[in-house]
Design a protein around this ligand. Structure first.
Ligand SMILES: [Zn+2]
Length: 443
């Protein structure tokens, strides 16, 4: 009796299920027809051949017909063995896989918040066949868990599309650019480029901006911006362009007159420090106990603090003397040379004849030579004379060299065209307007 009523209940439940499913499908179809424009409604009535079952999708190049697809995101602190714990993979297999993965993508590097996919058999144990991990939007690692195990890393195709963005400042730079469709990263890049030339705290409503940049697209969705090729900013009627241009082997941004947007020198060679002794023609030397000129600026800092070169240049000397200790001397151009004393050691690769880039670490603070404690003695030469690095008027960015001027003019013309700006409002030519400062031009 009991059995029979259960059977009956099941039957009723089943018919109910079929009825609901059918109703749902019907409802769905009605929606679809209604959503279409009138004139195509007639087409709907044509009899369609019976639908073929959809082929199983091919994921990561793997046909999935005999498998189930499980997609997930790695949780905090989750390891591969935890992720695969309910997919019938033995500890021995995991161990072998970990070893095999080392050369390609170590399973230990699997990080939280990244996506993964498990393809498992439709057996009762749900035996995993593949584990696919995505360390970033472009790459994916296939851990083939079958037989001999195999680990391969693949890359998706990245499309690069050129985009333009234009707008007006209504509130902050950040809000205005994001409102115009820019990403926070793009705004930061823009701010970095203009930081030397514009006080971004002083921008005002009504200021205008335009950007040309590359966007990287994978599978139809954006994964971020690529190169920022050019920008334009109009502040209180003044236009400043930033045009990416490659001079020899260094990339930089130049304004419409071909002048670098960057300053030629950083003001200080240490990021965080305290000035302990200024440049002076006459000071009491703490070690030698007598009055003599101190033609440098001392920065007190912890031993080991990285020392940056204030500008691009060529290492003239990287050696040791009794007075200076370990020191580096850099020639930036015919006019300017800087020197960094009492280092504990040089940075890797720093030796005579090497080219360095502005901001590059060249050594570390120490107290070698005649020094009472860890500090950097920083010296600045202008036309062969030692001057006060904190007072010398630093040249603004270097202009494009003669050799590259024609090429730059072409790039600039193209940028103006793309931005839809008239050449006139770019402050046409004279490409070199900066001979006054004498020489930084002749780097
Ligand atoms: Zn000093």
């Amino acid at each position: 009796m009991l059995k029979r009523s259960t059977g009956l209940a099941l039957l009723i439940a089943l018919s109910l299920f079929i009825f609901i499913t059918a109703a749902k499908t019907l409802h769905f179809n009605t929606d679809k027809v209604l959503a279409r424009p009138q004139q195509t409604a007639a087409v709907e009535k044509v009899l369609l051949p019976p639908a073929k079952p959809l082929p199983a999708p091919v994921l990561y190049g793997i046909p999935t017909d005999s498998m189930e697809i499980v997609e997930g995101t790695v949780e905090r602190g989750e390891s591969l063995s935890a992720i695969l714990s309910s997919y019938n993979i033995s500890p021995v297999t995991l161990h072998a896989l970990a070893r095999k993965s080392r050369q390609v993508f170590n399973v230990r590097r699997i990080a939280s918040h990244r996506n993964y996919t498990i393809l498992h058999l439709r057996d009762s144990a749900q035996t995993a066949q593949y584990f696919i991990y995505e360390p970033n939007e472009v790459e994916y690692v296939i851990y083939d868990l079958r037989g001999d195990l195999a680990v391969t890393k693949e890359k998706r195709k990245v499309e690069v599309l050129e985009r333009t963005l234009a707008g007006e400042i209504t509130s902050s730079l950040f809000e205005s650019m994001v409102a115009a469709g820019g990403s926070p990263q793009l705004v930061n890049r823009f701010a970095d480029i203009y930081a030397w030339r514009l006080d971004l705290n002083r921008i005002q409503p009504g200021d205008k901006f335009k950007l040309i940049y590359d966007e990287k697209v994978v599978n139809g969705s954006s994964i971020g911006f690529g190169e920022l090729k050019a920008a334009f900013f109009e502040h209180e009627g003044d236009s400043i362009y930033a045009i990416a241009f490659k001079e020899g082997n260094s990339n930089g941004y130049y304004d419409q007159n071909g002048k670098s947007l960057k300053k030629a020198f950083l003001r200080e060679p240490l990021e965080y420090s305290r000035i302990s002794s200024r440049y002076s023609k006459n000071r009491f030397h703490p070690v030698q106990k007598r009055y003599k000129a101190h033609l440098g600026t001392d920065f007190a800092a912890r031993s080991g603090t990285p020392i940056r070169t204030v500008g691009d240049g060529l290492v003239l000397e990287a050696r040791y003397t009794r007075g200076n200790g370990y020191f580096v001397k850099i020639k930036h151009n015919k006019t300017y040379t800087t020197q960094y004393l009492h280092m504990s050691r040089f940075a890797k690769g720093i030796r005579r004849g090497v080219h360095v880039k502005q901001g590059q670490t060249i050594g570390y603070v120490g107290s070698t030579g005649l020094a009472t404690g860890p500090h950097l003695c920083y010296r600045f030469w202008k036309n062969g004379r030692q001057v006060d690095a904190l007072k010398v008027k630093l040249p603004s960015g270097f202009p494009i060299s003669n050799k590259h001027r024609t090429a730059f003019r072409e790039v600039k013309k193209e940028v103006l065209r793309k931005m839809g700006n008239q050449p006139q409002d770019a402050g046409e030519e004279p490409l070199i307007a900066t001979k006054k400062e004498k020489d930084p031009a002749e780097a």
